[in-house]
Structure formats: C-alpha cells, structure tokens
Design a protein around this ligand. Structure first.
Ligand SMILES: CC(C)(COP(=O)(O)OP(=O)(O)OC[C@H]1O[C@@H](n2cnc3c(N)ncnc32)[C@H](O)[C@@H]1OP(=O)(O)O)[C@@H](O)C(=O)NCCC(=O)NCCS
Length: 161
C-alpha cells in the first residue's frame, strides 16, 4: 500500500487542535489554558501564531499531526518539533510523518542542521527520532522556570545528512 504524506498550513481548527493537544500533553501545572477559556485576543493570537509556526501533516489524506521548524543561530540550526494528535498515536505513524518532514526540511533548509530536543523519558519520541535518522548527542538541562523549579533534562538529537 502506498503511503501519501503531505504538509499544509493549519486552518483555524487545526491551530486550535494543536493548542489543545499541547495543553493535554503538558506538565500538570502547564500555564496553557483551554482554548474556550481564552479571551478573544488570546484566541486570535493562538490561531495566528500556530498558523505561522506549525505545518499540519496528513497521511493518506487524514490530518494526523504537526511539525515545526524554527531557525536558530542565524540559520545554522533548525529546531524540529513534531507530534501526533492523540487518536493517531501508538501505530508508529510518527516516524512516517517525521521521515517526510526531514526530506522537506532538507530542501527548505539545505544548509542548516536539524536539531530536536525531547525529554529523556519520552521513549516514543526518542525511538521515532532514531528511526527518522537522528542520532542522540547527549543531554542538556533546561533552565528552571518559576512554575517548574527543577531543571528538566532533555536529550538532544542531530540529523545526520
Ligand atoms: C512522539 C510521537 C509522535 C510518537 O508517536 P507514534 O509514532 O505513535 O509512536 P508509537 O506509540 O508507535 O511508539 C514508538 C515506539 O515507542 C514505544 N513507546 C511508546 N510509548 C512508550 C512508553 N510510554 N514507554 C516505553 N516505550 C514506549 C513503542 O512501544 C514503540 O516501540 P517499538 O516500535 O519498538 O515497539 C507521539 O508519541 C507524540 O505525538 N507525542 C507527543 C508529542 C511529542 O512528544 N513530540 C516529540 C517532542 S518534540
């Protein structure tokens, strides 16, 4: 069976879906509030920012998740983010989505190195990154922020072209 993967700019409902998925995935005391509880200005900001930051991924014409690329260090590093909507997890779909995203990034950012960060205990993401061609480089502590006083250890992955 052929697998067709495509990426789109999020529409309004995609942007809201990404916000809600982030919120549900987040720390128990995540500062993110449900979309319906946001003010009108905050709702507009979520839709505008998510529409710019993320690309929605479809597999065989079903929207299953999102990827993001953000340039750091003047374009030398491209930070990669990705996730599946909850109902599509548990079927190794992440590696299909991320594998295609990496190919697109190679065209969009031919000079930048792809870097991904994930919590060390996020086994599904660590395995997905490995299967999409990233190698684990080591660990780094994220600085503590007020809400989460203990530093969070992240593993850092680099995509080898
Ligand atoms: C990361 C993510 C995309 C992977 O989704 P997926 O493709 O459905 O991954 P799967 O659930 O099929 O799991 C992949 C592997 O991890 C393993 N795994 C998944 N959850 C696990 C857990 N809690 N503990 C141990 N292993 C786990 C699976 O058994 C599978 O291993 P196998 O293929 O060797 O049997 C998805 O979990 C997700 O969207 N997470 C939230 C967002 C996120 O963490 N993004 C990455 C950081 S930017």
């Amino acid at each position: 069976m052929t697998i067709e993967v495509a990426f789109f700019l999020p529409d309004e409902s995609d942007a809201i879906r990404i916000h809600e998925t982030y919120r549900e995935d987040g720390e128990p005391d995540s500062p993110l509030r449900p979309f319906t509880e946001l003010s009108e200005i905050e709702k507009c900001a979520v839709i505008k920012n998510h529409s710019k930051k993320f690309q929605v991924a479809s597999v065989n014409r079903v929207k299953v998740g999102w990827v993001s690329f953000s340039e750091k260090s003047g374009g030398a590093e491209i930070n990669v983010g990705f996730g599946l909507f909850k109902e599509y997890r548990g079927r190794a779909m992440g590696q299909i989505m991320l594998g295609h995203a990496v190919k697109i990034a190679g065209i969009q950012y031919p000079k930048g190195e792809l870097i991904a960060r994930t919590r060390v205990e996020n086994t599904a993401a660590v395995k997905t990154l490995g299967r999409a061609g990233f190698t684990q480089e080591g660990f780094e502590e994220f600085p503590p922020i007020a809400k989460w006083p203990n530093p969070i250890v992240y593993s850092r992955h680099r995509f080898k072209r």
